[in-house]
Design a binder for this molecule. Sequence first.
Ligand code: NDP
Ligand code: OXD
Length: 314
Amino acid sequence: MAIFFHAENWPVDIWLQALRKLSPGLDIRLWPDLAGRDDIEYALLWRPRREMLLNLPNLKVIFSLGAGVDHLLGLDTLPPHVPVARITEPDLTSRMSEYIVLHVLGHHRRLREYEALAARHEWRELGQPAAREVRVGILGLGVLGLDAAKKLKMMGFQVAGWSRRAKDVEGIESFAGMDNLDAFLARTDILVCLLPLTPETAGILDYDLFSRLARDGAGKGPVLINAGRGGCQVERDILRALEDETLFAATLDVFETEPLPQASPLWAHERVSITPHNAAPSAPEAICSRILEQIRRFEAGKALEDLVDIRQGY
Ligand code: NDP
Ligand code: OXD
């Protein structure tokens, strides 16, 4: 049994070290040296190129090295009979919640404004609503959205989530489906996006959506935090909404094009915070350990966990 490992633009050595530490003797094949392709039964992939999925006749499972699978489902060479599993794993979940809590608090406590004051040596207090007066709305109440929601709830925010199917989680208001999106947006001051990129969610974060956010919040205006996928956002609409104050501020971890092009006006915008798609980086040992556990389960005849529903796209 051999595995095919490919992680585009990631430091491969660290990943191979983690795999070898966790499973000494594992037969790992790297592109383009797949020699003996018939032996390859599992593929561990991040942003593979289309040709990498061809001619793997004995492939049993494809594992995404991240939580998102848009990098796989968009490939026309994805073998239709091979199951795809994604990552759900506590290390990645905690990292994402750290990011969401950090940035919700940053906007709530007006961190950028205080940094600007401090840069001018200006000792001045700005108004400060209580967390209980602030309504956070999370688009995508899945594994990551739900964990972030619970942690924000613990801090005292009013938290709601939007998903395809309604959720029953104590203390968190649940809105489901397009029919309830308006009501969800109308009660949201800080909008967090943790949606996967699918045909339904592509471009969902547009000017029309921003203009449906609450205008009566305790803060200075609606805020967007997107750590889902850049394909969910329309960047020219974010800029337009910031200009006319339909949005007050934005934190963006993901972009239509990554890395964010040098020429993007988002870089220099005084009310935009940018991070380089690292809200929840995949930590090699944690991710490899989870995938090897899945392979052991599969080899023992048990059902795979975290399977992707290819039709739904996530
Ligand atoms: P899940 O599959 O657990 O959750 C996805 C959520 O989105 C679910 O609640 C789902 O609804 C909801 N959803 C999907 N499509 C729609 C739709 N059309 N309308 C309404 N709700 C919808 O995924 P995770 O929480 O594990 O991850 C979410 C995404 O976060 C990943 O796909 C990835 O793109 C991104 N991510 C980003 C990272 C970063 O570093 N920036 C790191 C890791 C992930 P339902 O519950 O009803 O199915
Ligand atoms: C992921 C990511 O999907 O890091 O895990 O974007």
